[in-house]
Design a protein around this ligand. Structure first.
Ligand SMILES: C[C@H](O)[C@H](O)[C@H]1CNC2=NC(N)=NC(=O)C2=N1
Length: 109
């Protein structure tokens, strides 16, 4: 198992963001990222054609997640793949989630 190795790694001591800070950080990401009501999670739903491309996006997210040891929840099906980032160890949204979301945006750009 890969230990979280991005931005110094995550732990229960990693600071979580206020909803206000999260909203500011969201502006640095692709416009499709959405912040959950409680401010703990960001989600991007990617529309694709068919099923294979949805699986490829999920695989790309899995590949990136295992490199960094920081893992999004991934949902996919015909026509879509959705990624959600939160830092489980810290119990909320952290800079690590933002960094991962940004890197994923870069892979799709
Ligand atoms: C030991 C290891 O670094 C941790 O358990 C990692 C694994 N992947 C993780 N992924 C996410 N999204 N949050 C975490 O807190 C987390 N913790």
């Amino acid at each position: 198992m890969t230990t979280c190795n991005i931005g110094g790694g995550c732990s229960p001591d990693t600071p979580t963001m206020s909803r206000h800070d999260a909203q500011a950080q969201l502006k640095t990401l692709h416009a499709d990222w959405q912040l959950s009501e409680d401010g703990s999670t960001i989600t991007r739903r990617i529309a694709v054609k068919g099923f294979a491309k949805a699986v490829y996006h999920a695989n790309l997210a899995a590949w990136m997640a295992d490199r960094h040891g920081h893992h999004p929840d991934v949902a996919f099906g015909w026509g879509y793949c959705a990624l959600s980032y939160t830092t489980h160890e810290a119990g909320g949204l952290t800079e690590i989630d933002i960094a991962c979301a940004k890197e994923f945006d870069g892979l799709l750009a």
